[in-house]
Design a protein around this ligand. Structure first.
Ligand SMILES: Cc1cc2nc3c(=O)[nH]c(=O)nc-3n(C[C@H](O)[C@H](O)[C@H](O)COP(=O)(O)OP(=O)(O)OC[C@H]3O[C@@H](n4cnc5c(N)ncnc54)[C@H](O)[C@@H]3O)c2cc1C
Length: 240
């Protein structure tokens, strides 16, 4: 896990929690917005004020997924998704291919206010309430799973949030976060994608392609106008 990223005209150096050091000419920073906002990786020198402000202008959505395993099929044959308006969890998904060997795993997703309400409960109670919603939606009051699990991303040190959301006034924030720094740091990740694509897999993928093209362009430009004589800081000396 990277805990520190040193960067400057000489290149970059990523330092990990287990003491490893990875030097490179350039780095693509594809850390999740939650990790960036929380300072989970220390940049030396710090990221410019404009980027830090852009980070703070974007928010993070809360999301919770609840998984229930049933040792028998639950949905009627051919049904893989359930929309249950009026219950506390409205959307449920099964395996798109149907139950496997008689086992059906159903997943519910809650975001925003609903997710926060579930996260405020002890896990067991949140699962119980969700199961109650499913029983109500299906009209099966004795439906009982063999296993149940709640997953969320708020406390996961590798995410610290589900995905980004733009608050009012943050329309430029993603563009600012995507901008490279000094031909050394390049930025990717769903939060750097254009607003219409942010918070999606395709947005993250497109941002990676954009960052890769920026790196190629920068490498070419540097090879043709090389600033000779720049050396990384000595071992044990801070970069700035
Ligand atoms: C519940 C949920 C449902 C979703 N549903 C959909 C959907 O239906 N469709 C859709 O398109 N998108 C969906 N998304 C959004 C989509 O998953 C994300 O937008 C996308 O995966 C983000 O990709 P990314 O590369 O930006 O970030 P990530 O995939 O999070 O990659 C960031 C990487 O950084 C690593 N990392 C973090 N900290 C460190 C560190 N200190 N050192 C080293 N590595 C580190 C992490 O381990 C991770 O590998 C959903 C997201 C959630 C949470």
């Amino acid at each position: 896990m990277v805990e520190r990223l040193e960067w400057g005209p000489w290149g970059v150096r990523a330092l990990t929690t287990d003491g490893r050091v990875y030097p490179a000419d350039r780095a693509v920073v594809a850390l999740p917005l939650g990790v960036l906002k929380a300072g989970g990786v220390r940049f030396v020198p710090e990221l410019p004020e404009e980027k830090q402000q852009a980070m703070q202008r974007l928010g993070l959505t809360d999301a919770v997924k609840l998984f229930f395993r049933f040792d028998q099929p639950v949905f009627p044959p051919g049904i893989v998704e359930l929309y249950a308006p009026g219950t506390s969890l409205e959307e449920w998904w099964g395996n798109p291919l149907g139950p496997s060997r008689g086992i059906e795993v159903l997943t519910a997703l809650a975001t925003g206010e609903r997710a926060r309400a579930l996260l405020a409960l002890p896990e067991e109670r949140a699962l119980r309430e969700a199961l109650q919603a499913l029983r109500q939606a299906l009209g099966q009051p004795s439906l009982t799973p063999s296993r149940a699990r709640l997953v969320h991303w708020r406390d996961d040190p590798y995410t610290l949030g589900a995905y980004s959301m733009a608050r009012v006034g943050a329309s430029e924030a993603r563009r600012v976060l995507a901008e490279p720094l000094g031909n050394r740091l390049f930025f990717a990740g769903e939060h750097t994608a254009p607003n219409a694509w942010a918070a999606t897999v395709h947005g993250a993928y497109a941002s990676g392609r954009r960052a890769a093209q920026e790196v190629i362009r920068s490498t070419y430009l540097e090879a043709t106008h090389r600033p000779w004589g720049l050396k990384p800081p000595q071992e044990g000396q801070p970069a700035a």
